[in-house]
Design a protein around this ligand. Structure first.
Ligand SMILES: *Cc1c(COP(=O)(O)O)cnc(C)c1O
Length: 970
């Protein structure tokens, strides 16, 4: 063969775990001779595509990084003082490298398995504590998607709270951020909430009003006193939500002290770059009496089996997994990694540091305001924190200000009435101040220097709403202010958490695959990280080329015509997709089409999203094989024929099977005038093999944080783009501040026009590096890995569902129900015992109660799959010991799992099994032990004694229940 001069590195070989020899051996174990033969056995011929993916040739990692640098150069590095909820910030390098760029943090899964998640749970508890403290409220959740949707969640919660007492009107102050108003209005319409936008000072609470939203400080910088407004609301039995800037609350009186019932906002400026819109963590705080109505996840304090303090996700019964259509929200993936960063920013700076930062920002704003006044301009508001609204003086025009700003590569905010907005931030230095003074200085302006003015001004904030309540009083915010201390704290927490750096996380439906380092490196590039979402699009050419290319790739992969990248999560995509369907029906005059059919096996977010979209959910049964029951579907479609809006269907099914009759399912819906929505969480089994559009689907969402390798980050960020057939494209979501979406666009479903734009780079890079062949091979190997594990385990366990030819798709369900019935050994016991072996449990009790759903993904090697199977074999022997009567279920190593180092090294040992069996049950564990740091966590205790912020410091050290309870009560 001649010497090859091209393509030395094939990324697919790094991404896909099994080698060619492994693939051959695994196929052999399945009795097949090629990957294509496997596809023949698993994917129905009727739906397989005959059109291979048409994508650009695969790039090596190095070539990809060079390409990214070229795109970065297409973004203009203008300085933005636009504000509107997005500010430049300084990410402490120790947080950037040790959290954002650290796979031990970003490859974590959502902390459902609390015993091996104590690190991120503590980081999130810190976040909640920071939020409750700064807002002056009692409880907070562990993040929402962005400020706009958090405000919408507040509106929805207050609507639920007020139901029966008040009417359906919600007031929004006109000086809220425009994108917030648009998102809340969009969310209000489907649930028949009537929104009134106006001036809070002129608003009267009548009995039809259930709540209101105001912004603090207002979008144009004004610090208004809303105490009387809150009083008026409460007198009318209504509630007030406040969208607040968290940094301003360090200096301004906490909304909780002047009457706010809910406070929401963004934590972006706590060290998380703007990223052209996201991802950032929004926060949500409220009164304790609403604790069961709070949307999203909350972290709570509980105890483990030995009485030690242990953290967990609290009040899970409010969520969609249990309550489905009646859940408090459809939030599943949120913004965990970003919340961890923001919380850690507060831990690092502490109360004094934050005060210094906030004061500095405010002083510079005052200085700028003074300079502008001297230059003949007028400030619209006397009381402000960091944002000025400037009425341009007679000696200059707004157009001239704008020209001068643009000549200096500076973005300001230009209001329709000719006034100009300037928002300062942590990164505004003397140079920047002088540039701003020059911009507004005009030709005959005196030569003012920030340095000269500084000497003449009093320090600090002394407005009428100065904060009197203390800030961040918990000791956790005073313990890690040196880099050495913080680095150790970050690594101490990370070491408590099992992530992909330890072993496979075989979570069915969640697709925990490799998150390629080369795909993640671009998000640290300041040319992408520091772009303001409302900067003019022509300054973000690099971004727009990536957005366009990624949209094109996703359209090619799904077979659809158009894509919206706006939704910030899969569930947000579901909601957007259903609104698109609804808009389509309305455009056809079919307003009455509101029935949404959802199979009983659907993910809980499906019914929750349909309810949010104002649809009537009708459940469709599944047959004995886990397939959508075609008879029941047909009957229900017929029954609701006139009112049928949509079917939501997951494919391959949530039971891990490619249903043969999917085309018939789509046909039935279309016959009755409905649209087919596909939940694309299982796209990892389809890419390159079949296309949703070719199957007969009309719209689907994808989870870029599953199939397209954006890391899970411990439960977020995510991106849930929707892809539509041409007839639905005109309705794709728009945005008040950007040219995006269809011609008859539905309102925005996220605060930023392109959602979490920064992390789109990851999926774009992933697709570019794999190329058409690599992507298709990844799909086939994902199916192979699942079938190989299913085959090995089937000798010792039952598999709940298989396809007609006896194979599974890319995931499968292990049946443990009979162990529980016969032996009192549950799926929980197996999940917890897996921790002792160094593995994360598969998806537990979903979609079938009492089972485990395994999804290995293509990235796991045969060696790792074998280790995992060996662990489950060994656990099967342990179950057998109970079956044989050798040990009682209660005393078994399964029920007692997981085991901590402290437990197995304690002098006293009374268990009927050895310490060695407890802690080192396998060769893998002996060679590479991962220690859970708490014993089994008590869920009920935590929900009974709900504590959602950092408890007194004594609780951390408590080693029995009595001490812990006393500390929690204190
Ligand atoms: C993950 C998942 C969702 C929800 O996606 P999020 O990004 O968590 O909102 C919906 N449906 C299925 C089947 C899923 O697996």
């Amino acid at each position: 063969m001649p010497i090859q001069l091209s393509a030395p590195d094939v990324f697919a070989d790094r991404h896909i775990g099994p080698s060619d020899d492994d693939v051959a051996a695994m196929l052999d174990a399945l009795g097949l001779d090629s990957l294509d033969a496997l596809v023949d056995q698993t994917v129905p011929a009727a739906i397989r595509t005959d059109r291979p993916l048409d994508l650009p040739p695969a790039l090596s990692e190095r070539a990809l990084l060079e390409d990214v640098d070229a795109r970065a150069a297409d973004n203009d590095a203008w300085r933005s003082f636009i504000g509107m909820g997005y500010h430049d910030t300084i990410t402490p390098p120790v947080i950037q490298r040790d959290i954002l760029e650290n796979p031990a943090w970003y490859t974590q899964y959502t902390p459902y398995q609390a015993e091996i998640s104590q690190g991120r749970l503590e980081a999130l508890l810190n976040f909640q504590t920071m939020v409750t403290d700064l807002t002056g409220l009692e409880i907070a959740n562990a993040s929402l998607l962005d400020e706009g949707t958090a405000a919408a969640e507040a509106m929805m919660m207050l609507n639920r709270v007020g139901r029966g007492r008040n009417g359906d009107t919600f007031f929004i102050a006109a000086d809220c951020h425009p994108q917030t108003i648009a998102v809340v209005k969009g969310r209000a319409k489907p649930i028949d909430v009537n929104v009134v936008v106006g001036d809070p000072d002129a608003f009267t609470f009548t009995e039809d009003v259930f709540g209101a939203l105001v912004q603090y400080p207002a979008t144009d910088g004004a610090v208004r006193d809303y105490a009387a407004f809150c009083e008026a609301a409460h007198a009318a039995d209504a509630h007030v939500a406040v969208a607040a800037d968290l940094l301003s609350l360090v200096l301004l009186e906490a909304p909780g002290t002047w009457g706010a019932d809910v406070v929401v906002g963004s934590t972006q400026r706590f060290g998380v770059p703007m990223g052209y819109g996201g991802p950032h963590a929004a926060y949500f705080a409220t009164r304790e009496r609403f604790q069961r109505k709070v949307p999203g996840r909350m972290i709570g304090v509980s105890k483990d089996a030995e009485g030690h303090m242990a953290l967990r996700m609290a009040l899970q019964t409010r969520e969609q997994h249990i309550r489905r259509g009646r859940a408090t929200s459809n939030i599943c993936t949120a913004q965990v990694l970003l919340a961890v960063m923001a919380g850690m920013y507060a831990v690092y700076h502490g109360p004094e540091g934050l005060r210094t930062i906030a004061t500095r920002v405010h002083e510079r704003t005052r200085l700028l305001g003074t300079a502008l006044q001297r230059l003949g301009h007028t400030l619209r508001h006397a009381d402000f924190f960091d944002t000025l609204r400037i009425d341009v003086g007679d000696e200059m025009t707004t157009a001239e200000v704008r020209r001068r700003a643009e000549a200096r590569a500076v973005n300001l905010r230009y209001y329709d009435d000719g006034s100009v907005g300037v928002a300062l931030d942590e990164a505004t230095d003397a140079d920047a101040l002088n540039t701003l003074i020059e911009i507004f200085g005009g030709t005959n302006g005196r030569r003012l220097r920030a340095e000269d003015l500084a000497d003449a001004l009093d320090p600090g904030y002394d407005g009428p709403l100065a904060r009197t309540t203390p800030v961040l009083a918990h000791p956790i915010f005073d313990a890690h202010h040196s880099e050495t201390e913080l680095a150790r704290y970050i690594h101490k927490l990370a070491s408590k958490d099992l992530s992909l750096v330890h072993s496979m996380i075989p979570l069915g439906s969640c697709t925990m695959k490799l998150n390629p380092t080369a795909a993640l490196m671009p998000i640290s590039n300041p040319a992408f990280a520091n772009v303001h979402p409302f900067a003019p699009a022509d300054q973000a050419q690099g971004y727009h080329r990536i957005i366009d290319e990624l949209s094109g790739y996703l359209a090619e992969i799904t077979g659809f015509d158009d894509v919206s990248l706006q939704p910030n999560s899969g569930a947000s995509g579901e909601y957007a997709g259903l609104l698109v369907i609804q808009a389509y029906h309305r455009a056809n005059g079919d307003d009455q089409r509101t029935v949404c059919l959802i199979p009983e096996s659907a993910h809980g977010t499906n019914p929750a999203s349909a309810t949010m979209a104002g649809m009537d959910v009708v459940t469709v049964a599944c047959d004995d094989h886990g397939n959508v029951d075609l008879d029941d579907l047909t009957a229900k479609a017929e029954k609701h024929s006139d009112r049928l809006a949509a079917l939501m269907v997951t494919y391959p099914s949530t039971h891990g099977v490619f249903e043969d009759h999917i085309r018939d399912v789509c046909a039935v819906i279309h016959e009755h005038g409905g649209q087919v929505y596909m939940d694309g969480a299982n796209m990892n089994a389809q890419v390159g093999v079949c296309r949703p559009a070719e199957i007969g689907v009309d719209v689907c969402h994808l989870n870029l944080h599953k199939t397209f390798s954006i890391p899970h980050g411990g439960g977020g960020p995510g991106v849930g783009p929707i892809c539509t057939a041409a007839h639905l494209s005109p309705f794709l979501p728009g945005h008040p501040l950007a040219d995006t979406g269809g011609a008859q666009a539905i309102p925005p479903v996220a605060a930023a026009p392109y959602g979490s734009a920064l992390i789109l780079l990851i999926s774009w890079a992933y697709i570019k590096m794999l190329g058409a062949e690599g992507l298709t091979r990844a799909t086939k190997v994902a199916i192979l890995n699942a079938n190989y594990v299913a085959k090995r385990l089937s000798s010792r366990y039952d598999i709940v569902y298989t396809g007609t030819r006896g194979f599974v798709a890319h995931e499968f369900i292990l049946d443990l129900r009979h162990f529980r019935q016969e032996l009192d050994i549950s799926e929980q016991d197996v999940a917890k015992r897996l921790m002792d072996y160094g593995f994360h449990a598969p998806t537990m009790s979903w979609p079938v109660v009492g089972t485990l759903m395994v999804e290995p993904t293509e990235s796991e090697s045969k060696a790792e799959l074998d280790r995992f199977c060996d662990a489950l074999y060994s656990i099967r022997d342990e179950i057998q010991a109970v079956a044989d009567g050798a040990v009682a279920a209660d005393e078994s190593v399964l029920r007692q799992a997981p085991h901590t180092a402290e437990a197995v090294t304690r002098s006293e040992w009374t268990a009927p099994y050895s310490r060695e069996q407890a802690a080192y049950p396998s060769a893998f564990a002996r060679e590479h032990k991962f220690w859970p740091t708490v014993r089994r966590v008590d869920d009920a205790f935590g929900d009974r004694n709900l504590v959602c912020s950092c408890p007194p410091i004594e609780a951390y050290a408590a080693d029995d229940e009595e001490t812990l309870t006393a500390a929690l009560d204190a």
